[in-house]
Ligand binder design. Sequence first.
Ligand SMILES: NC(=O)C1=CN([C@@H]2O[C@H](COP(=O)(O)OP(=O)(O)OC[C@H]3O[C@@H](n4cnc5c(N)ncnc54)[C@H](O)[C@@H]3O)[C@@H](O)[C@H]2O)[C@@H](O)CC1
Ligand SMILES: [K+]
Length: 481
Amino acid sequence: MRSAHRVETVRTAERTLMAQLPDGALMQRAAAGLAAACAAALPHIYGSRIVLLTGSGDNGGDTLYAGARLAKRGAGVTAVLLNPTRTHPEALKALLRAGGTTTTPTAPTTPSLINRADLILDGIVGIGGKGGLRPEAAPLAELAAASPATVVSVDLPSGIEPDTGEVNGPAIHADLTVTFGTHKPGLLIDPAREHAGSVRLIDIGLASTLPATPDVESLQHADVAALLPHPSPESDKYRRGVVGIAAGSARYPGAAVLAVAGALRGGAGAVRYVGPAADAVLTRFPETLVSDKGPRKAGRVQAWVTGPGAGDDAAPVAEALSTDVPVLLDADGLRLADRDAVRARTAPTLMTPHAGEAAALLGVSREEVESARLTAVRDLARGYHATVLLKGSTTLIATPDDDTPVRVNPTGTPWLATAGSGDVLSGLAGSLLAAGLSPLDAASAAAYLHGLAGRYAAKGAPTIAQDVAEAIPAAWRDITA
Ligand SMILES: NC(=O)C1=CN([C@@H]2O[C@H](COP(=O)(O)OP(=O)(O)OC[C@H]3O[C@@H](n4cnc5c(N)ncnc54)[C@H](O)[C@@H]3O)[C@@H](O)[C@H]2O)[C@@H](O)CC1
Ligand SMILES: [K+]
């Protein structure tokens, strides 16, 4: 599990830890880890040209101390001081003692210095930052972006919002981010995540003082393996769960086929289909149980999936929502559902909008959702009393309970942005719901499997939703191996 904590939580934990340690010990731990990561990113340290973009806070302090360590090993290190009179004094002394030099952002030589560097350390601002880079720092980000040097951000890319992953103005684009103690939410959530490059966590002992429950978390293989259902010798199809799919329409039969394709590979014991696409579903998947009744009369199911390809037929959506089993509401269903009926449900509801659908549900623009994904997913979950999976480059999953960490799916691939891919995800998540997983676990395990299956299906080339569904078993095997 990757955990991320908000700035306020990190600061409290740091204070507690610092009180137990000699002065400056924490910063030395951070600087040592940072210097080691920089050394690993360089072909050789001796003779390398390293530029430190140095702000006036402790983030700049980390950077100067790391620069001092690298200068001692023979690198040529120059610190560009954003605020020479307010630079971390001991760290600056350490750099100068080690043979480093300083300059200013406006010095005529600064652009060529940055352009000719092998490595740029971004120590402009860390968790103390808010609201994009200030005007005096923004040109340094531009110079760093234009330089062929490797850019390493210290703790986080300067200019991003650490708590939300929003980017409100100019910000550094890093190849690598070396972060301390715990991830920050912004390192996991787009658009900020894209600024971070690969992320390396340095242990500074903070785990002992951080709360066990993070604000944001990201599952890894082992976490998902522990969630996935395993049939026991006594399992029959009802014990493994039957998932009902109430989807598709005369106009969009394919959505039903794809949702069933996902559901059949999701671990439920059987898939029951109701709706006008029964022939198409049976032709492709004869193992489906088909009923010509609506969701309430179709027979026993442990969870319903409704909405994919529903077109304008609100009746099956309403009927599925009126049952007392978990319901996954997706696609057209998100538009057709009576919002009060969703809020009034006592059994769990899982909603799976993309940004456009989320925007419609929230009454905001799509751009607002995409730029503030964490806020959007939390608002939806709270507003609809539902677990919400917000699809996108970083898919997020939130429950209505503010104390439950929001999950970020790490396996997505842009190739998954293909027609019908969401229908497969719905079926898959519905199947896991029917198998007894909570909406949060079903949604996060499904997103993880689906993302991995998307990568396997695509292998760097365009893929189609059917291939994603077919790659789910391979993803499942790899996760549980
Ligand atoms: N507190 C601790 O125990 C530790 C802190 N560490 C480092 O300390 C950092 C936090 O240090 P600080 O609290 O001093 O804060 P920062 O260094 O993150 O930022 C504060 C400074 O940045 C400037 N600034 C703020 N917003 C800006 C913007 N938008 N553009 C340009 N400059 C801006 C401010 O003038 C201020 O001087 C962490 O990110 C981490 O790198 C590490 O050394 C580990 C230990
Ligand atoms: K930084």
